[in-house]
Write a new protein. Structure first.
Ligand SMILES: [Zn+2]
Ligand SMILES: [Zn+2]
Length: 263
């Protein structure tokens, strides 16, 4: 399994794209930036999108991903559907407030009800589904709106994407149950001075993150990847992250590809 970082920041700025990860060729985790990171051809291979929660930085590109898929190309029989996997409450919010024919067309009934661009598929926490050979399990995390981490499993290897989260025990409990955990992407959004804001908004600072990752039994062995840094604070964040001296820690950027187990 290959995980390609398309965007990994908690803010959008030139050179810094919002969160989105491409798993192999056809699965996306969150939709902060895929239409800016991928060619039309690459976008055509995407058939599954796992949405952790409905904050705009994780869903905005659903609009343009769907729009880019809408026109059937002449003479080509292309499978157009993208299945969106997320909590039922997130589906309800997206349909009422986003793809509501006001902010953006409802691509769950376009071009027709029987052959839509987007299909909404509710996930149930802790239940696994298999898409394109990857087993995906959602795990509730600590954020002001309903939000789930996603655990990916392939060839007996597990990998966890925390999505946006503050202090949580549940994620680490599940992580510690895995026999062959190969890595975890974890929230690290604000500098240490913003700890109060981090608690209110369900995020982590370098100091809070450092306490969180020590809940991992295999601390030091399992690679930790940080994401969701606020771009305007990167310099200070890097200093504070380095000061925590966490082994096997990696700061994600938009050039990173993570190979999990065998490719
Ligand atoms: Zn969020
Ligand atoms: Zn976010």
């Amino acid at each position: 399994m290959r995980i390609k970082v398309l965007g990994c920041y908690g803010g959008q700025l030139r050179g810094y794209a919002l969160s989105s990860f491409l798993v192999n060729e056809s699965i996306l985790l969150d939709a902060g930036c895929p239409t800016r990171a991928l060619t039309l051809e690459e976008q055509r291979h995407i058939h599954h999108l796992f949405v952790s929660h409905v904050h705009l930085d994780h869903i905005q590109d659903i609009a343009f991903l769907a729009d880019n898929r809408a026109l059937k190309r002449m003479g080509e029989d292309v499978k157009r559907t993208i299945s969106i996997h997320t909590l039922q409450e997130n589906i309800d919010i997206i349909k009422e407030h986003f793809l509501n024919d006001l902010i953006w067309p409802d691509f769950t009934v376009i071009p027709t009800v029987d052959d839509p661009i987007l299909i909404m598929q509710p996930v149930t926490p802790y239940e696994s589904i298999v898409v394109d050979g990857i087993k995906v399990t959602s795990i509730p995390v600590a954020h002001p709106v309903p939000c789930t981490a996603f655990m990916l499993e392939d060839n007996g290897c597990q990998f966890i994407y925390s999505a946006d989260t503050g202090v949580t025990d549940e994620l680490w409990r599940v992580a510690n149950e895995q026999a062959n955990l190969k890595g975890i992407i974890i929230d690290c959004s604000f500098p240490n001075a913003y700890e109060k804001l981090a608690h209110i908004s369900g995020h982590l600072t370098p100091h809070l993150m450092a306490q969180e990752v020590k809940k991992l039994n295999a601390y030091g062995e399992v690679p930790i990847y940080l994401y969701h840094m606020k771009p305007e604070t990167m310099e200070l964040m890097i200093q504070q992250i380095e000061a925590e001296r966490i082994p096997n820690l990696h700061l994600l950027d938009q050039t990173v590809e993570i190979l999990v187990g065998e490719a």
